[in-house]
Design a protein around this ligand. Structure first.
Ligand code: AP5
Length: 192
């Protein structure tokens, strides 16, 4: 199963990806986590990405695609993967399709977690108090949500028009949302 998780900041992509990883037994590939690891390790890529991430803006398409290609060719994604945080604009969506075509591993389904803006802000504010993520400041969150609406939302249509989109209500308990995702992945029973 090759699954792309779409959704605004705070919609629960990371939370649900961890559950899906256990359930599907495939790696969770998060570009946000890969970038945060690079920042923490102080690699040249991390040094370039740090200020951009803290402002809530997107890291350059070229850097993220290079990082993703390296991750998807690491040898453990033969049975699939859950991709979280990529693609974030139409350039990345097309680049992902091209990369996966090259690897012979096309996306099976893109699942969009739908959560209204007020709840997103509330969830991120809750996480900020617990984890103190550098881009969970009110200003960076405003910027992240704006960028999501402008650049990332069209990616939902990209998957819809290519017949690979499932929309899931992301409001409810973590368990409830997880069950809804599983229902979209289950094959439809044959009639008759
Ligand atoms: P990234 O790490 O991808 O962050 P994001 O998309 O902003 O998403 P979040 O991690 O904030 O939210 P989430 O949807 O994963 O929700 P979560 O499960 O954590 O990206 C960070 C930055 O890296 C970007 O801004 C950019 O700079 C850079 N970047 C990454 N990818 C890039 C790319 N492709 N191109 C360019 N730049 C890139 O949940 C949020 C909170 O809600 C948690 O506290 C959680 O416990 C809680 N929660 C989750 N589900 C529920 C629920 N059902 N009920 C109650 N609480 C819940």
């Amino acid at each position: 199963m090759r699954l792309v998780l779409l959704g605004a900041p705070g919609s629960g992509k990371g939370t649900q990806a961890s559950r899906l990883r256990e359930h599907l037994q495939v790696p969770h590939v998060s570009t946000g986590d890969l970038l945060r690891a690079a920042v923490k390790a102080g690699t040249p890529l991390g040094l370039q990405a740090k200020a951009v991430m803290e402002s809530g803006a997107l890291v350059s398409d070229e850097i993220v695609l290079g990082m993703l290609e390296e991750r998807l060719t690491a040898g453990d994604t033969g049975n699939g993967f859950i991709l979280d945080g990529y693609p974030r604009n139409l350039v990345q969506a097309n680049a992902l399709d091209a990369l996966l075509r090259k690897l012979g591993q096309p996306v099976d389904i893109a699942v969009q977690l739908d959560v209204d803006a007020e709840l997103l802000v509330e969830r991120i504010a809750g996480r900020a108090q617990v984890e103190g993520r550098a881009d969970d400041t009110p200003e960076a969150v405003r910027n992240r949500l704006k960028i999501y609406n402008e650049a990332t939302a069209p990616v939902v249509d990209f998957y819809r028009t290519t017949g690979r989109l499932a929309c899931v209500n992301g409001v409810g308990s973590v368990d409830e949302v997880f069950q809804r995702i599983l229902e979209t992945l289950a094959p439809t029973p044959e009639v008759g």
